[in-house]
Design a protein around this ligand. Structure first.
Ligand code: BEZ
Length: 211
């Protein structure tokens, strides 16, 4: 059965570049990003891993645990990590799972057999503190992801969790947000006592709440 937004993210144990982890213990009730990359020692993956490692302080600032996954063997990760540092100017600073038997990749549906029977696609899961899947994106192997977009989505997800707001098209940090339609006007008045602008009754716009 497909893993969908709102489902509980499967637990697992894994060997990683930073030792053995038990996923649920590792994320420990925090937000988490679990992402796959198709293969070590390949060009697009090298750029993605280096950039994600550079963004680590941004993930930390948001309280997000980052975990990468490939279906390569653990012994491969070390040499590749040196290449990432040499070519991207940043070494790995988060655990990279060595899922050589593809157990975790299968649980998380990261292998799309009609694309490639043995390598993963580029999957990203964002998992909430309640262990539920909040976001799922999938790119083909040939297209590097935009990890600034992953951070942008996390900002939106965290605002929704904290303030019952949604974010409009192309929203960025600091821009106006929309009161969630799950709140009645009465409930919205409690949360947003300064009111809102409403070009239509179902579009209630407020400044972004302070986090
Ligand atoms: C890459 O990272 O460049 C790559 C990896 C697997 C298949 C295609 C491209």
């Amino acid at each position: 059965m497909a893993l969908l937004i709102g489902d509980i993210a499967p637990d697992f144990e894994a060997e990683t570049s930073e030792g053995h982890i038990h996923f649920y213990d590792h994320i420990d009730g925090k937000w988490a990003v679990l992402f796959s990359h198709p293969k070590n020692f390949t060009p697009v993956c090298t750029t993605e891993l280096g950039y994600t490692a550079k963004l680590k302080p941004e993930f930390d600032r948001r309280g997000v645990v980052v975990v990468g996954l490939s279906v390569d063997e653990l012994k491969n990760h070390e040499g590749w990590s040196r290449d990432i540092e040499e070519t991207q100017g940043q070494k790995l600073n988060f655990p990279l799972i060595a899922d050589h038997n593809r157990e975790i990749a299968s649980k998380y549906e990261m292998i799309h057999p009609n694309a490639d029977t043995s390598l993963t696609v580029r999957s990203v899961y964002v998992i909430g503190p309640d262990k539920k899947i909040k976001l799922k994106i999938e790119y083909p192997a040939s297209t590097g992801r935009n990890f600034d977009e992953v951070l942008r989505v996390i900002d939106s997800l965290q605002l929704t969790a904290r303030h019952s707001v949604a974010t409009p098209v192309n929203w960025k940090q600091g821009e106006d947000v929309i009161i969630a339609s799950s709140l009645s006007d009465e409930q919205a008045k409690q949360k947003f006592p300064n009111g809102w602008t409403a070009p239509k009754p179902y579009i209630r716009i407020v400044p972004q709440p302070a986090s």
